[in-house]
Design a binder for this molecule. Structure first.
Ligand code: NAD
Ligand code: MG
Length: 395
């Protein structure tokens, strides 16, 4: 019945296996036949050595890497006797991306994932992309590298995965707009005064999706949607004014594509990342996935309303970054990661994150473009330095 079993084992490398995307990926793979259906040439994590070692043993991975160079011995010990090769640090991470494979799940969070993911792109592997920061920071270079490498780019972000599913390839010229849905996060109905006082713990409690810490807080500030607007621009070649955001608290409609004849196609499903992950790793087939089926008779209502950009300034910042172009995406992301870390550490308030990103973008609005990946890292470093200095200055 399932044609997945008629194939040779599919080789899937997992970058960021110990995170939310990584764990869900391994869960989907287990449901789709586990070691009989998949081989795992390489797997990476960072500080959670016990989990990484357990995952590597269960999957029978060829190569296990911790991004933390100081944890090499710990990982080596945890995998002793398994025959699994062990590596640590940035160069081992890139080597994991370069290992011969069919598909790479790019599940690292932040710009830290750019180098290993690009290594995989250059090797010609298909890329299941969750690590949106790659496109936000280095969209043009990433697209060029994809074309050169020859692999397929399969979006895992649920909104982009939805658009990918309903975008008629032969009718791309007829696409008028794409509509990204957003749950609105836990502060959808908060006033600015209330938002000013929230803690990282409250901000991390997403109403619908279970995700990693950083993306959960980014969802609360709508910086996640801001990154997704830029991600959509690069993935689908849209102009900034063709990308709309609509608040949809139920997270059932995962996103939509509007065509020139007025028709709107949407993809719907339960809010469970295992759908987008399973779709991406099974593409172009559809595999039977262990996600809840929608019962339309029980869905009370689906609501939609416009986002309030005074409470969520991140959306306007994404538009500014797209209009300015060049390295502004890298700057937005670098400043955002720095401000987010400061918010998590209790050093700044929730609303200050957007102020810091806006000011950093303005300071680095010098029309520079990226010719190489080094230019992207330089812009990222500069944005972090400026954002940090801003936070250290007394208000
Ligand atoms: P997470 O924090 O749960 O996991 C991140 C993974 O990256 C972990 O394996 C961690 O060890 C690794 N990592 C962290 N810092 C690293 C570094 N400096 N160097 C190398 N590895 C590092 O994050 P997540 O929620 O799984 O998100 C991963 C990516 O997927 C992000 O880009 C996120 O925006 C995107 N995404 C996630 C979800 C979701 O449901 N979690 C949905 C859509 C998109
Ligand atoms: Mg998303």
């Amino acid at each position: 019945m399932s044609d997945i079993h008629d194939q040779a084992p599919r080789r899937i490398t997992i970058l960021g296996a110990t995170g939310s995307i990584g764990c869900n990926t391994l869960d989907v793979m287990a449901h789709l036949g586990g070691r009989g259906a998949f081989e795992v040439p390489a797997i990476t994590g960072m500080g959670n050595i016990d989990l990484l070692a357990r995952q590597a043993r269960t999957a029978g991975a060829g190569f296990a890497v911790t991004a933390d160079p100081d944890r090499y011995q710990d990982l080596k010990q945890a995998l002793s006797g398994s025959g699994i090769e062990v590596g640590a640090g940035p160069s081992a991470l890139v080597e994991a991306g370069e290992r011969e494979t069919d598909l790479v799940m790019a599940g690292i969070v932040g710009i830290a994932g750019l180098a290993p993911t690009l290594a995989a792109v250059s090797r010609g592997a298909d890329i299941a992309l969750a690590n949106k920061e790659c496109l936000v920071s280095a969209g043009d270079l990433f697209a060029t590298a994809m074309t050169k490498g020859g692999g397929r780019l399969l979006p895992v972000d649920s909104e982009h995965n939805a658009i990918f599913q309903v975008l008629e390839q032969a009718q791309r010229h007829a696409v008028e707009r794409i509509i990204l849905t957003a749950s609105g996060g836990p502060f959808r109905d908060y006033s600015r005064e209330q938002m000013a006082a929230v803690t990282p713990e409250v901000a991390a409690a997403h109403p619908n999706w279970s995700m990693g810490l950083k993306i959960s807080i980014d969802s609360a500030s709508m910086f996640n949607k801001a990154l997704e607007m830029i991600e959509a621009r690069h993935l689908f070649g849209m102009e900034p004014e063709q990308i709309e955001v609509i608040i949809h608290p139920q997270s059932i409609v995962h996103s939509m594509v509007g065509y020139c004849d007025g028709s709107v196609l949407a993809q719907l499903g339960a809010p469970d990342m295992r759908h987008a992950i399973g779709y991406a790793i099974s593409h172009p087939r559809r595999a039977p996935l262990p996600v809840e089926r929608l019962d339309f008779a029980k869905l009370a209502k689906l609501e939609f309303h416009a986002p309030d950009e005074t409470r969520f300034p991140a959306l306007a910042l994404a538009r500014t970054a797209m209009q300015r172009g060049g390295l502004q995406g890298a700057v937005l992301n670098g400043a955002k990661e720095t401000a987010l870390e400061a918010f998590i550490a209790g050093k700044i308030g929730f609303l200050q994150m957007a102020d810091i990103v806006a000011a950093t973008m303005d300071q680095l609005d010098d029309g520079r473009r990226a010719s190489t990946i080094e230019d992207v890292y330089a812009a990222d470093r500069e944005a972090r330095t400026i954002a940090k200095a801003m936070m250290e200055r007394p208000a």
